[in-house]
Design a protein around this ligand. Sequence first.
Ligand code: 5GP
Length: 179
Amino acid sequence: MHKDVEEILFSLDQIVARCDEIGKQISKDYEGKTPVIIGLLKGCVPFMAELIKHIDCDIQIDFFDVSSYDGVNQTGNIRILKDIETDVHGRDIIICEDIVDTGLTIKRVMELLGCRGATSVEVVTLFDKKEGRTVSNIEPKYIGFDVPKKFVVGFGLDYNEVYRNLPYVGVLKRTVYEK
Ligand code: 5GP
């Protein structure tokens, strides 16, 4: 275990097993369709790479890189750092996120894809921090695991761009971000 991690919450085996269950569910729900799975960089990468291996209907993938707009206004817009290349008009979209906290990012991305004419927009997230939710009516359709209101790292989740490569998810020691 990394020295900065206080406790492991989910092992690689648990995450892979859950990706298999979610992948099977998505395959069933989208049978005969070709959904576009849009990952939100960079945290989605390990999760999305694992998840898509367990989906057996046809899919396409694309990526957004978005950030909160200057962090000034909680209900403000998001800034698109990298846009998708796919024309989403008339398409079924599944947004792939590492963790949903306030729900603001997902809400804005869903609105944007709706404005661009997507037929359906759902969310798959590895983690759901429900206690952090400030936006109403944002419920991801596919959730890997619920997590407590603690700062977690690993399997794509970072602190200052570090820890994304950990093959498990754990709670970051407070001493790391309080020093
Ligand atoms: P929100 O749902 O608040 O708009 O934003 C979710 C984003 O906040 C995630 O994609 C992630 O970047 C960040 N985030 C929220 N909670 C955590 C956490 O516990 N650990 C890490 N590393 N990032 C988090």
